[in-house]
Design a protein around this ligand. Structure first.
Ligand SMILES: C[S@@+](CC[C@H](N)C(=O)[O-])C[C@H]1O[C@@H](n2cnc3c(N)ncnc32)[C@H](O)[C@@H]1O
Length: 151
């Protein structure tokens, strides 16, 4: 399957066999790719039931094994060691979704106010392990952030 340059860049940051929670998954192409080509265990979350149904149909079409649920952000989602991906939404929404005692690795691609997002991460005691700028028609910023001090 062919992913956009932006989604492929996110997938390239994720190690094989990872557990992934993708918030705002929409079509779930990222999760399908990660399951099929990197053997990841993926939970695709979207607040829209229509998107969840599309994700389930896409997974069947591509013969991928992912879970897809309709949910508002990470509310009531039990987290362990998953990498959390949030891409394709604005900083305010990302902040709302992560507004709890978060510890997981984060991959974030906001289309607004990147500096506010970086400030938010600092306040949450995260450091930026990697930052990519991807040109794909528009320019996209992708941040891999980890809890704690930079190593
Ligand atoms: C533009 S799409 C991005 C799709 C994909 N992540 C990407 O990067 O191409 C944004 C998606 O986020 C979902 N979304 C927005 N706020 C959300 C929330 N609080 N919880 C779950 N999904 C949310 C929307 O329903 C929409 O499907």
């Amino acid at each position: 399957m062919k992913l956009s340059k932006r989604l492929k860049a996110i997938c390239d940051l994720i190690p094989k066999n990872s557990n992934v929670v993708d918030v705002g998954a929409d079509h779930a192409f990222l999760d399908i790719y990660l399951n099929k080509y990197k053997n990841c265990n993926c939970l695709a979350i979207d607040k829209s039931k229509y998107c969840t149904n599309t994700a389930i149909n896409n997974a069947q079409k591509f013969n991928a094994h992912i879970k897809a649920v309709t949910n508002d952000g990470l509310n009531n989602i039990k987290l362990n060691d998953e990498i959390i991906v949030i891409s394709g939404m604005g900083t305010k929404n990302i902040q709302k979704i992560l507004n709890f005692d978060i510890k997981n690795d984060l991959i974030l691609s906001s289309h607004t106010n990147i500096e506010d997002l970086k400030q938010f991460l600092k306040e949450k005691h995260y450091y930026i392990d990697k930052e990519l700028i991807i040109s794909d028609g528009k320019t996209y910023n992708i941040i891999y952030a980890k809890k704690g001090g930079a190593s």
